[in-house]
Design a protein around this ligand. Structure first.
Ligand SMILES: *Cc1c(COP(=O)(O)O)cnc(C)c1O
Length: 468
């Protein structure tokens, strides 16, 4: 298992090379400047996955420290989820969900509503709408909020409020409420107008300001925005606790409480995008729990199926649902995707939720998160690490020039990319966000693997910043 050294078998190395060429001849990869292949960035052909490991075609093993883009929860090829998928595929692989029903879709909706965040005194989330991936789930939530007001004849409520530095996906509607320039800027002319409000991001706290004070200040800005524009806004969308794609930036839960109150005061729906932070990532099953709040719409995806299949669920209140009941078809929510509520994906999600119960995952993660904190602390002392932050099973290292946390490395130095390559050579997948390295491992990660991760992170930071 600890065989992470270089590949030695020449036949396997040749095979990996052959896959690389075949790939580059036909594939266009996501989120990739294809010119960087094959030289600057190594393309890594993977043969299989086992627990926290990915096994390369060349025989090398890689620790999947980013859970394959934050999807994987319990390790690769988790046998209970794999078995559930196989069994479902042999009985009912797909059926139209308009006019028809099937057990996995019903059972999963029942389960999700039973475990969803609750707030005393508020009607619980009551209905589940399925989509095929996170971005599609965000589109559903945005369209529902907008359409609900239309159905009531409140035609002025056409805008969304979102946090600066937030991320909600890549489709045009989701991109419109996102604020990561790298993904958004070029498409800006195509995007609907969105009102952005300052992020409560604790990294942006003024000198001497606590995370809590920073959250309060950001909520003050939200209040001013809603005072000015509340009547034009149908919903606010945010990523509770951690802005993941925005660099694993974290905020105090107080912000969620204040935002919840402000949305209520202005009759604005609150959409919680827990696509990345849901399912135990931040230490609780859902991040909203840490603030004791409940959104009007909750978007789930990524870990929903344990990382096996694409699926999204949007949970809505009864009041939202009721706003679409009418004799007119146009007042109905006519959104659909061909594979809405796919039975195999729903069966995978049900199996994943059973693993949470059987293995007491959330409780066990507390121990793992504590080990991660202990191993990360000395790395946080490196002069190149401007900030070390953690939320449960997410640890992030913000790299910057010595001493001054406000001075990033020049983008041309490509410190993050260098760290990525240095880690990959050592058998660890540490795919950074700019110059922010982070750990977001599968929950099955063990002591030895965490030690490898910590050792490699330190070495990768030193190697990547040696040039600067
Ligand atoms: C990944 C992500 C999405 C988009 O999900 P996809 O399945 O990649 O479309 C939306 N919101 C957040 C917070 C995400 O991290």
């Amino acid at each position: 298992m600890d065989d992470v050294g270089p590949a030695h078998d020449p036949a396997m190395i040749a095979e990996a090379d052959a896959w690389r060429s075949r790939d580059l001849a036909v594939l266009w990869h996501p989120c990739t400047q294809m010119r960087e292949h094959p030289h600057e960035l190594p393309l890594v052909p993977i043969a299989s996955g086992e627990g926290a490991w990915l096994v390369g075609r060349d025989g090398r093993r890689y620790l999947d420290a980013v859970s394959s883009w934050w999807t994987n929860l319990f390790g690769h090829a988790e046998p209970r989820i794999a078995a559930a998928i196989g069994a479902q595929a042999c009985s009912l692989e797909q059926v139209i969900l308009a006019g028809f029903s099937h057990a996995p879709a019903v059972e999963l909706a029942e389960k999700l509503l039973a475990i969803a965040p609750r707030e005393p005194g508020r009607e619980p989330l009551a209905k589940v709408f399925y989509a095929d991936n996170g971005s599609a789930g965000v589109e559903v939530a945005l369209k529902m909020a907008f359409h609900w007001f239309r159905n009531r004849g409140e035609d002025r409520r056409t805008k969304f409020v979102a946090l600066e530095n937030g991320y909600h996906g890549e489709t045009l509607g989701a991109l419109a409420v996102g604020d990561v320039p790298l993904y958004r800027r070029v498409y800006a002319p195509l995007l609907a107008e969105c009102l952005f409000t300052p992020s409560p991001d604790a990294y942006l706290a003024a000198p001497g300001e606590s995370a809590e004070e920073c959250a309060r200040r950001a909520a003050g800005a939200l209040e001013a925005l809603l005072d000015a524009h509340g009547g034009e806004v149908c919903a606010m969308i945010l990523e509770p606790l951690v802005q993941c794609a925005g660099g694993m930036r974290m905020h105090h839960p107080l912000y969620l409480q204040l935002a919840r109150k402000l949305c209520d005061a202005h009759g604005v729906f609150l959409i919680a995008d827990e696509i990345a932070v849901g399912f135990g990532r931040t230490g609780t099953l859902f991040a909203c729990e840490q603030a004791g709040i409940q959104p009007d719409l909750l978007c789930l995806s990524k870990g929903l199926t344990g990382g096996f299949l694409p699926l999204a669920a949007v949970l809505a209140t009864q009041a939202l649902y009721d706003g679409f009941l009418d004799e007119s078809r146009e007042r109905a929510f006519l959104h659909s995707h061909s594979y809405t509520g796919n039975p195999i994906a729903c069966a995978a999600a049900l199996a994943s939720l059973r693993v949470f119960e059987e293995d007491q995952v959330v409780a066990r993660n507390r121990g793992t998160a504590a080990r991660m904190a202990a191993l990360a602390a000395p790395i946080g002392e490196l002069p190149q690490v401007a900030d070390l932050r953690q939320a449960g099973m997410i640890v992030a290292f913000e790299l910057a020039r010595d001493g001054d946390r406000r001075t990033p490395f020049e983008p041309g130095l490509r410190v993050g990319l260098r760290a990525y390559r240095a880690a990959l050579e050592r058998g660890v997948v540490l795919r950074p966000l700019g110059d922010i390295l982070y750990w977001m491992p599968p929950y099955c990660v063990d002591e030895e693997q965490l030690a490898l991760l910590a050792r490699t992170t330190r070495e990768a930071i030193l190697e990547a910043t040696a040039c600067a």
